[in-house]
Design a protein around this ligand. Structure first.
Ligand code: ZN
Length: 189
């Protein structure tokens, strides 16, 4: 049975901690991955990184519905040869398209906060899979965006860091409130 892990919210210092590489893909890491998928789906998210559940291994998971994997203009599948449920261990971006686009993002660690973030449309990521095998995965569209968002978490970066100056000002008081809530909840546990 997978465990439901508690999601860390903004204000928890672990969200700013960079992850450390996984040395070996052990059964413990595979259990962690299962628990992360379970937690992500229960929260209706499309991605989750280790820091968001209080860990610092370089592990993130992403899963998008097939409906979101179509090109809006051509109607074609964007990642027909890639599973839409991805586990990335020790991921590293080795190529990024010069084409960027801006899309409204949310984050399970920031309930109620969304904002536009510019990111490359396509990337190539080197990573280990669940068998510990090195892979190079090419991604486009929402899948590429979700992976980049989760990889920011692994570096201790957050999507709010990428908001425009105006947007940062607009969410300042919401963020302050969320941070205070997180800190007071941490004091209780
Ligand atoms: Zn996030």
């Amino acid at each position: 049975m997978s465990k439901l892990l508690s999601i860390r919210t903004y204000g928890d210092p672990i969200l700013r901690e960079p992850s450390r590489p996984v040395e070996a893909v052990t059964p413990e890491i595979r259990t962690l991955v299962e628990d992360m998928f379970h937690t992500m789906k229960a929260s209706q998210g499309i991605g989750l990184a280790a820091q968001q559940i209080g860990r610092t291994e370089a592990v993130c998971v992403v899963e998008i519905p097939e409906d979101y994997d179509y090109d809006e203009e051509t109607g074609e599948r964007l990642n027909p040869d890639t599973p839409l449920r991805l586990t990335l261990i020790n991921p590293e971006i080795v190529e990024a398209s010069s084409r960027k686009c801006g899309v409204e993002e949310g984050c399970l660690s920031f309930p109620g906060i969304t904002g536009n973030v510019d990111r490359p449309w396509a990337i190539v990521v080197n990573h280990l899979d669940l068998d510990g095998q090195p892979r190079a995965t090419r991604l486009q569209g929402l899948l590429a965006r979700a992976v980049q968002h989760e990889m920011d978490h692994l570096a201790g970066d957050l999507f709010i860091d990428r908001f425009s100056h105006v947007k940062k000002l607009a969410v300042r008081s919401k963020l302050k409130r969320l941070e205070e809530e997180t800190i007071s909840q941490m004091a209780l546990t």
